[in-house]
Design a protein around this ligand. Sequence first.
Ligand SMILES: Cc1cc2nc3c(=O)[nH]c(=O)nc-3n(C[C@H](O)[C@H](O)[C@H](O)COP(=O)(O)OP(=O)(O)OC[C@H]3O[C@@H](n4cnc5c(N)ncnc54)[C@H](O)[C@@H]3O)c2cc1C
Length: 413
Amino acid sequence: MDRRSFMISSLASAGLLMASSGASSGYAKGTGLTVPGFVNGPRPKITPKYGFRPWRPTYRLEAEKAPIAGAGLVVHSYGYGGGGVTLSWGAAWKVLDLIKDNTPVPLSQKPAVAVIGSGVIGMTTACLISSRLELPVTIYSDKPWKATVSNIAGGQWSPTAVDGTDLADIAVDALDYTNYLSTLDDWGVHRRDNYARMAELGLDKLHRLHVHTSKKASRIDARYVDRGYLAPGKAVPWPFAHSGPVTDCKLYRTYLVDVPVFLERLEKELNALNVRFVTQTFGSPEELGALGCPIIVNATGLGARKLFGDTSLQGIKGNLAVLDPEGEFDWLYSGIGYVFPRSRDIVVGGTFMHENTSLAPGNVCNSNADAPDVASDAEMLKVIRLAFSGMRKQDIMAHLSSLSLPCSYSGLT
Ligand SMILES: Cc1cc2nc3c(=O)[nH]c(=O)nc-3n(C[C@H](O)[C@H](O)[C@H](O)COP(=O)(O)OP(=O)(O)OC[C@H]3O[C@@H](n4cnc5c(N)ncnc54)[C@H](O)[C@@H]3O)c2cc1C
């Protein structure tokens, strides 16, 4: 039984398997996709949000045997930058392998597992440990999932601003499971076409990595690449009606994880699996040892910087302008900023600012060369409107640099 079929059967046994939606979207859409009213109309009501992507030169996905008194094994899983939602299921499968290979207590004795962190990494990992290894799991965190960075994410399936030696393999496992969830009705995971003004760096990088390094290439070629996933962007005419004279763009096939819907559904799944949630803040690794759990999974995201003294972690700030939902749009736009229409809102975002850089213009380090260095949600919206109006990238950037941008960075810590 492969991993995917195991999960299908475990969800079915929990009574949670839903009918397939049979959703599929084709390439041949032609022109005339409608755009939300804010693109051409009056300024909408904006709910500003921002969060810090937990970035590291490479994510940390490794086991440490007996690093602290009281815990025989600590598995670290954090540092997924702008691709944590994307990679979550693949990273969770890897954690399972690390537990199986390094467990301090035979798994048949059902050792208790403490997962630290209630973000997407902690919750997906807890789900697989409970359903696949059938071990008792408790999730400890200082914040509920609704207050995590994970719940800020826009939710495109794209490994953006994230790196690691086995990235292609983890992404492929994640893609497999994301694809499966997209066939279920209530997980908020949908196939989407992304129309990109410029190359979508995360998806393009994954294509290159997959082609050159993935051990699973042949399996994936048949199931995904041939259907347009993990493929390089394909030039197509600009499809949006009532917007500017952009002549062509790149089309990618990917998924949208409608994050609030997805995390809510995941919580329901964890409840059905009897995974407990406990609110607790940990100030040191020794406090984790005091839990008395032989196996600990560290899924604390940016929190690992303080908790485990990991100075290679840094936050990449992302601003979002979140707008009220409007109609049904089954596309994504990216390139100069992004627009991700979801069921409960429309997320406009795509900014990348490393937290440890000075805020002076020109000193902002962009992980995504195509994302604008804007400082506020209102500016973000302006960028998107200019992009849809057909302005060239350099003209948009020139326009932005002539503005005096409001800098409110009270969230930096
Ligand atoms: C604006 C923005 C847009 C994004 N868009 C996307 C996207 O489109 N696609 C995508 O794949 N990714 C996206 N991301 C990235 C994604 O959000 C992150 O990679 C992901 O959420 C990281 O998940 P995590 O579980 O590791 O961390 P978090 O969600 O931060 O969770 C960490 C958990 O650890 C807990 N914790 C930390 N320290 C302690 C402690 N000392 N004691 C107890 N608990 C502790 C926290 O309370 C929290 O529960 C985006 C991020 C931002 C900011």
